[in-house]
Structures are given as structure tokens and as C-alpha cells.
Design a protein around this ligand. Structure first.
Ligand SMILES: Cc1ncc(C[n+]2csc(CCOP(=O)(O)OP(=O)(O)O)c2C)c(N)n1
Length: 628
């Protein structure tokens, strides 16, 4: 007999064998399992602790996987994983070859979609419901949205498209009043506004009447409704807001009262209209430090689970985002016309000091990447103001057309500070490895990448002067601040880091360090490499490149970006266009497949993007280029 209740749950059906009291005990065990694992592996903590009771209730009421629970973003799917047969592998979450930190349909039939980017659940759920109705099936579709996903344009577009007669469609709004940082904007205000108008009472009664009509369950709901009358009144603005979209609003429910959650959701199942159940949860519930500081414990590094204290960082070096954040603040202090915009990532991108000091000039627009870029375009239309769009590379993908239509085409000099460029431990949803491919296709766009903190500062100086849009991409990696004074850089100028003669290695950003290591390994075989940091991917330093091509007949490109459309492919195009045939070319980068999650160095080794693998390939082909 298993020791714990959690061990008894091999699939959600097993919940039916537990009493209500046992379900509550189970929820506590789940919290402990989450704290235990995240304290060792790192990962998303606060949202997962907050959604435990709600997840237990949903799995107790619905029949997954037939009924489809569709998590938005899915960083809060750990409790769902615990109840859907993944307990034994739970300790591996986030690790290479272990469970993913997000929903992953290859991992379980209970995960219906990959997710990692916010704002997709409602559209996906509406699509799944459409397919269901075409097939005349009757399962429930249950999109689970965080309050911050209502700041996504995509969610609002889906909300605008909910068919009035849609059945077996229940939106769960898990409202903890937080994004990663504080939730922002008018919708957040709607969710939390206190309204004391006669309309609010009328609305409450309407809901009461509606529930009373439900056979066998209406009375319970109405009784509960009375108890929450006052808080309901306070939240009625949100109720009427959702009503306008054709949804029947139920709530707000205490997201930690399991009995009420189960009773209400079970009853709500019988309402034959699209519903929204508004559930109030506390981020970090069950761990004091996580409730006290939900921002820090949203996604976190390993910590001591008894004290909540984080382990000291092994690296004393600063990071690219930290250097950028500091620099931005410094520039903002001397330039009152400098503005920065972030779509919901002020902390990760280290904008918090700027935001604190100049809240009017450093703005979080919510999870609204497209808007953030177009908004920057609008700001940059007045040339007296300099605007920085600080955005994670993976999320910039959501704003492709905004960059094209609202910035490049308009000839506006927005600076894109592309954070988290390269591989991400979270996996395929978060690898930022396509931005060179799509940005380089846009006329006017300048793209560069610093190999260290000093070059980052130098590039930022250039960016401030640029009349064209410019993207500076950098990873969340440790780096050196670098000694001042700064070098004056020129747009489109590369830099030779080491001179050799046989092989020309062109490496981007932190891959320059890899290239220098490759160079050493090649020397053991008496192969002498030149290392070129192009600094700019667009425009390329074709002058320097053509000079070096006179003396090297083996070209190697190394980048932490998709091989398709990356630096290597731009160099290859240059070689072909200039009829430079007869060269041996090696392109090292990210292959055309979805790379999973795990530690960056492990991922790099897996795809042969580590110094030893690169050097061995170049050495193996030595005979070919040596005889050319
Ligand atoms: C498109 C996109 N932008 C930004 C993020 C980063 N991000 C991950 S979780 C999160 C906050 C989500 O808030 P909410 O949906 O309310 O859930 P909570 O974490 O509060 O439970 C953000 C901004 C993302 N995953 N996707």
C-alpha cells in the first residue's frame, strides 16, 4: 500500500476513491512535492502552489483526457502533472530528458497542446470545441487562464469570438492578481475594482435566478452566492464585462476552498451556455516566503526549502541583462527623452531600477508583444524621443508584423534590446533562435550581437545614434563588464580576435569564446585558425570578409541560432553571390528540429555546438581543405 495519498493517484479517475477530507490532504501533499522538487531543480513555484486546489477540483469534476483541460502558458501545470501519472518522474522536471516544465503532448495524453507562450489557451480551446461540435461529440473543453493572459491581445480576440450557444465550454479564470510582476492595465482594474452601484445588485440576482433553475443543484449555488454576496458585488464589474462577451459569469470563488470549488464547478457543468468561473487564488499558497514575495518566487532558482533562501550563485560575474539594465538607467538619467517599454518582463530584463526611478518613462504594457512594438513605433515617430523595446527573443516572434509594418517600413529608429537570445533551459517554446532569420529579412533593420559586456555597452552607444531600427541580441549569460574606455564602433564593422591562416572561424556573440577554444584544439593538430567576430549580422562586414577570404579556404560559422536563416546562411549567400566557390564551409548552429529543455551546456553538446565537437569535425575534414 503506498505511503501517501499522492502515490495512490495513478490517473485522475483515482480521485473518486478519495473523500473530500482526503482530497484536502492530497492537496497538501502536492504542495510539498512541488516545494521539494522546485527547491532542488528550480522552476515555476508561486503559480503552481496557487493552483493546487483548483487543479484537484478540476480533475475531481471532469474526466481528463476526454474532457480537455487546456492550460494557458502552462507554467502552472505541475499539479496537473502530479495527478496525471507523472509523479514518479516529477523529480526530473526541467532536467534534460526529464519531464518538461510546461504541457507537452508527447509526455502525456492529458496535455493537449504544447504551451509556453501566454495567451494561446482560449483560441486553442475554441478551436478544440469547434472540432468537437463538428464531430458531434460532447466532451467538456476547459481553458484555464491566468488573469494576466487577459492582457494578451490574442485572448481578447478569442473572447470576441465565443459563440453564444457554445455548450460544455467552461473558462476557468485563475485570478491571483499577478503576472510575473504586478498585473497591469485596465482589465486588471476591472478584475479588482470595487463597484457599489445598483446595477451590481441586479446582476447578482440575475445570476441567482439563473442558478436556481438548474435541476438538483441550483439551491446550493444560490446559498453559496449569498455568502459571497458582498465580494461578488465588488467584483461585479468583471461579471458584466464577461457578460458582454456572451459568457455566463460565476464567481468569485475562493480558489483554496476545495469543497466550494468542487460543488460549484460540478453544478456549473449543467449550465448549457459558455461559462466563465472566476477563481481567486494566492500565488505561493502554502509557502510563506513565496506568498510574501510572489515576484521572486514566480520562476526561481533552487533554494533551501526550510528557509526559502536561495543558494549563493556560483558565478560572481554579472550578466548581459544586468549590464543592459544598469546602462539603460544611466542613460535615462542623462537623457530625459529616453523611454523603455517591456511586455511583462521588467524584472527578467533588469528594468526594475529604471521603472522605479522613472515610472513615466519605463513602462510595462502587459503580455502584449505586438502592441509593445507598435507602441514603440509610435513613440519613435517623434525623433526627439529615443525608445527601447526591451523584449525576450522568443516573445518577439509574436510581433513579426509589427516590427515589419510599424517600425521598419516607417523607417523608425526603435532600439530592440533582444534579451534571452539563444537556447533556453525551458525548452522549445523558449529558445530564442529565429530572430536573426526573420529580422534580417526586413529592409533597414540592423542586427548585432555583443560577445561580452563591454561590446554590449559599445553597441548601445551606436544604437542611440542610429537613424535606423537596430536589434541588439544578447543571452542571459554571465559576462565581463569590461574595462573602460569604450571603443567607438561603427555599424557593420567586425573585429578579428585572433589571426591564423588555414581556417576562418566566424562566431557570433558568446560563441566567440567557443571559437577561441576551438582554435586552441585545432592548434594541437597544427591547424591555425583566424577568429572573426562579425559583431554585426546585418550589415555584414563584407570588406573584412573579402580580405580574409583571400587567405583562407576553410570557413567555419558558429552561432547559437537556427542554421536556417542565421549568420551561417547569410555568409553562405554572400559566398555564392560573390562566386567564391571552391571553399570548404562548415556551418555550426541549431538544426532544423525542436530542441527540448535542459541545461544549456547539455543542449549545446547534444547538437554538437561545443568546442570539442566543432574541432573534431574540422579536423576530420582537414585533408579536404588542406589540399585545395
Ligand atoms: C507571450 C509571452 N510573454 C511573456 C511570457 C512570460 N510569462 C510567463 S508566465 C507570465 C505571467 C502569467 O501570468 P498569469 O497568466 O496571470 O499566471 P500566474 O503566473 O499569475 O499564475 C509571463 C508574463 C510568456 N510566457 N509568454
Amino acid at each position: 500500500m503506498p505511503d501517501s495519498l499522492l502515490e495512490r493517484i495513478e490517473n485522475p479517475e483515482d480521485l473518486s476513491s478519495l473523500s473530500r477530507e482526503m482530497l484536502k490532504e492530497l492537496a497538501e501533499e502536492m504542495r510539498q512535492a512541488i516545494i521539494d522538487t522546485v527547491s532542488k531543480n528550480g522552476g515555476h513555484l508561486g503559480s503552481n502552489l496557487g493552483i493546487v486546489d483548483l487543479t484537484v477540483a478540476l480533475h475531481a469534476v471532469f474526466s481528463s483526457p476526454k474532457d480537455k483541460l487546456i492550460f494557458d502558458t502552462s507554467h502552472q501545470s505541475y499539479p496537473h502533472k502530479l495527478l496525471t501519472g507523472r509523479l514518479k518522474r516529477f523529480a526530473t522536471i526541467g532536467k534534460k530528458n526529464g519531464l518538461a516544465g510546461f504541457c507537452d503532448p508527447t509526455e502525456s495524453e492529458h496535455d493537449h497542446f504544447f504551451a509556453g507562450h501566454a495567451g494561446t489557451a482560449l483560441s486553442l480551446a475554441l478551436g478544440a470545441a469547434k472540432a468537437r461540435d463538428i464531430l458531434q461529440s460532447d466532451e467538456y473543453i476547459i481553458p484555464i487562464l491566468g488573469d494576466a493572459s487577459l492582457t494578451c491581445g490574442l485572448t481578447l480576440e478569442a473572447l470576441n469570438n465565443i459563440p453564444k450557444r457554445l455548450k460544455n465550454f467552461i473558462i476557468i479564470l485563475n485570478d491571483n492578481n499577478m503576472s510575473i510582476s504586478n498585473s497591469v492595465g485596465a482589465i486588471t482594474n476591472i478584475l479588482s475594482r470595487i463597484v457599489n452601484s445598483p446595477r451590481s445588485n441586479r446582476f447578482y440576482l440575475e445570476i441567482g435566478n439563473l442558478l436556481r433553475k438548474i435541476p438538483g443543484c441550483g439551491k446550493t449555488l444560490v446559498k453559496q452566492g449569498h455568502k459571497v454576496r458582498s465580494s461578488f458585488k465588488n467584483l461585479v464589474s468583471s461579471a458584466s464585462f464577461f457578460e458582454q462577451f456572451g459568457l455566463t459569469y460565476i464567481g468569485p470563488l475562493d480558489g483554496h476552498n476545495l469543497d466550494k470549488l468542487i460543488d460549484t464547478i460540478s453544478s456549473a457543468k449543467k449550465i448549457e451556455r459558455p461559462l466563465l468561473i472566476h477563481v481567486l487564488t494566492t500565488k505561493g499558497k502554502g509557502m510563506q516566503s513565496a506568498t510574501d514575495d510572489p515576484i521572486t518566487y514566480h520562476g526561481c532558482n533552487p533554494f533551501d526549502k526550510t528557509t526559502g533562501q536561495f543558494h549563493a550563485s556560483s558565478s560572481k560575474k554579472t550578466t548581459f541583462p544586468k549590464i543592459f539594465g544598469k546602462l539603460l538607467l544611466k542613460k535615462a538619467e542623462s537623457n530625459p527623452h529616453l523611454v523603455a517599454i517591456t511586455p511583462a518582463m521588467p524584472l527578467g530584463s533588469c528594468l526594475d531600477p529604471f521603472m522605479e526611478k522613472y515610472p513615466e518613462r519605463c513602462l510595462d504594457v502587459g503580455i502584449a508583444e505586438g502592441h509593445s512594438v507598435t507602441f514603440c513605433g509610435g513613440i519613435a515617430s517623434d525623433k526627439r524621443v529615443k525608445v527601447i523595446c526591451s523584449i525576450y527573443g522568443t516573445f518577439l516572434q509574436r510581433a513579426f508584423d509589427n516590427v515589419f509594418h510599424d517600425v521598419c517600413l516607417q523607417g523608425l529608429s526603435v532600439i530592440f534590446a533582444i534579451d534571452r537570445a539563444g537556447l533556453a533551459s525551458y525548452g522549445p517554446t523558449h529558445h530564442a533562435i529565429y530572430d536573426i532569420a526573420f529580422l534580417s529579412s526586413m529592409p533597414r533593420m540592423i542586427i548585432c550581437q555583443p560577445r561580452n559586456g563591454k561590446v554590449l555597452k559599445e553597441l548601445f552607444e551606436i544604437a542611440l545614434e542610429s537613424k535606423d531600427p537596430i536589434a541588439i541580441r544578447y543571452p542571459n549569460a554571465a559576462t565581463e563588464e569590461g574595462e573602460e574606455p569604450l571603443c567607438k564602433r561603427e555599424i557593420g564593422r567586425g573585429e578579428i580576435l585572433a589571426l591564423g591562416r588555414d581556417v576562418l572561424i566566424i562566431a557570433l556573440g558568446t560563441m566567440c569564446d567557443t571559437a577561441l577554444e576551438v582554435k586552441k584544439l585545432l592548434e594541437n593538430e597544427e591547424i591555425y585558425a583566424t577568429v572573426l567576430d562579425p559583431v554585426f549580422v546585418k550589415p555584414l562586414d563584407t570588406e573584412l570578409l573579402s580580405q580574409l577570404l583571400l587567405t583562407h579556404n576553410c570557413i567555419v560559422t558558429i552561432e547559437e541560432h537556427s542554421l536556417i536563416g542565421g549568420l551561417g546562411s547569410l555568409i553562405n549567400t554572400y559566398l555564392i553571390q560573390n562566386s567564391l566557390s571552391g571553399l570548404q564551409v562548415f556551418n555550426f548552429g541549431i538544426p532544423d528540429s525542436f530542441l527540448s529543455h535542459g541545461n544549456r551546456n547539455d543542449l549545446l553538446a547534444e547538437i554538437g555546438l561545443d568546442p570539442a565537437s566543432i574541432a573534431s569535425k574540422i579536423i576530420a575534414e582537414k585533408e579536404v581543405y588542406a589540399t585545395r
